[in-house]
Design a protein around this ligand. Structure first.
Ligand code: CAA
Length: 384
């Protein structure tokens, strides 16, 4: 039975900052941010948006009432959770008007969460072929103002429906993975911002990619010639470039040129959005589906979550994917955003809602929003 991604949706906040303006405000040469880090814009969420509201928005963009009846599993992969106990998935039951007979929970393992969700969804559909799974990656990447990580922030969500006979991507059930206890990135429960050993994280990421690529080739007797495209976890686009470059000496010039061209197509969205943490790999997939993918093309996907877990798996673009992926709607979502000045971004960054907050719906311009915090419980609403 073929199982994989049947639909894929994306949500990005409506505001962004320009990376050249950020560089100037921080007295940094803009080339460092646009070339050295590889970013152009960074999505900035409103204070009444969080991992839950963005997850609701990305899922809402693909779910039909027919899908809702068939979904038996809902997994939210996030490292920006709003509660240490209740999962984001539970909040989504109301916002998305889902029926009760669903197993819903949240997964956390840094940026690996959505891949863990996707693979669990594969197993679920294998055992329950008439059911579908909804897997959502949703995150706000925050390092803090004037920190080295500031240029690698971002926000957004990617939602995927996993089913049999998928129309977007068939998972090949060829996968290798590994876990090591590594201190490259962490966010203690008291902190809203992440701590990262950024350069060390780069080294671990590249090491995981090389180790897994070797394992994959050994396990399946395959080489780079079996793939026309490799997609990488891209919290900032330079990071994936570093993994890709390790192949330069091991594959033919023609293959390397092909992989590089396709990599450039896969990072177009990330350059405009920034870091999605768990969603970063899947934003790369979406970008590639919009700008480069061909029917029946074989892809290799590298997922990495600091801490650290890595997984390398293969998948096949489905013949009719273009009928399911609304390319122009995705492009419009990015072009229809509004630019924030750096000073307004800094002001917005400081806003932190406390217990007792009631958000005035008139100020809200998103479909799903945090409406109130009452007795420290977060309450959400869908705009009429
Ligand atoms: N023109 C062009 N390039 C320039 C330049 C200029 N004027 N000035 C510098 N550069 C280049 C540098 O040569 C360097 O390139 P290489 O990496 O190829 O050597 C690049 O710009 C960055 O320069 P620095 O290393 O000096 O930059 P920095 O000290 O400011 O740190 C960073 C950059 C390490 C990425 C930092 O922004 C950071 O720590 N960000 C957070 C990183 C992070 O979160 N890592 C974890 C990622 S894994 C993940 O996604 C986490 C998860 O699971 C949640």
């Amino acid at each position: 039975m073929d199982i994989g991604i049947d639909k894929i949706g994306f949500y990005v906040p409506k505001d962004y900052i320009d990376i050249v303006e950020l560089a100037k405000a921080r007295n940094v040469d803009p080339d460092k941010f646009t070339i050295g880090i590889g970013q152009d814009k960074q999505a900035v969420p409103q204070p009444y948006q969080d991992a839950v509201t963005m997850a609701a928005s990305s899922a809402d963009s693909i779910l039909t009432s027919e899908d809702k009846k068939d979904i038996g599993l809902l997994i939210v992969g996030t490292e920006s959770s709003v509660d240490e106990s209740k999962s984001s998935a539970a909040f989504l039951m109301d916002l998305l008007e889902l029926p009760e007979d669903i197993r819903a929970f949240e997964i956390k393992q840094a940026c690996y969460g959505a891949t863990a969700g996707l693979q669990s969804a594969y197993d679920f559909v294998s055992l329950n072929p008439d059911k579908k799974a909804l897997v959502i990656a949703t995150d706000i990447a925050r390092y803090g103002i004037k920190t080295p990580g500031e240029v690698t922030q971002g926000a957004g969500s990617v939602a995927m429906i996993i089913s049999k006979d998928p129309r977007v991507l068939k998972l090949d059930h060829k996968s290798v993975y590994m876990t090591r206890n590594v201190g490259d990135f962490w966010r203690p429960t008291f902190s809203k911002t992440a701590f990262a050993r950024g350069k060390f994280s780069n080294q671990v990421y590249v090491d995981f990619f090389q180790t897994l690529w070797q394992k994959f080739q050994n396990k399946y007797s395959m080489t780079a010639d079996d793939f026309s495209t490799m997609l990488f976890h891209i919290p900032y686009t330079k990071m994936g470039t570093k993994a890709l470059r390790t192949l330069e000496e091991t594959v033919s010039d023609t293959k390397y040129a092909e992989l590089t061209k396709h990599y450039q197509e896969s990072i177009k969205f990330s350059r405009e959005v920034g870091n999605l943490y768990t969603g970063s790999l899947y934003l790369g997939l979406l970008s590639y589906l919009v700008y480069g993918a061909q029917p029946n093309e074989q892809l290799l996907l590298f997922s990495y979550g600091s801490g650290a877990v890595g997984e390398l798996y293969s998948a096949k673009v489905q013949p009719d994917f273009e009928q399911v992926v609304d390319k122009s709607a995705l492009q419009k979502m990015l072009t229809n955003r509004q630019k924030l000045s750096i000073s307004n971004y800094e002001k917005m960054y400081q806003i932190e809602y406390q217990d007792g907050t009631i958000v005035d719906p008139i100020t809200v311009d998103t479909k799903f929003y945090l409406s109130e915090i009452k007795e420290n419980e977060r309450l959400y609403k869908k705009s009429k």
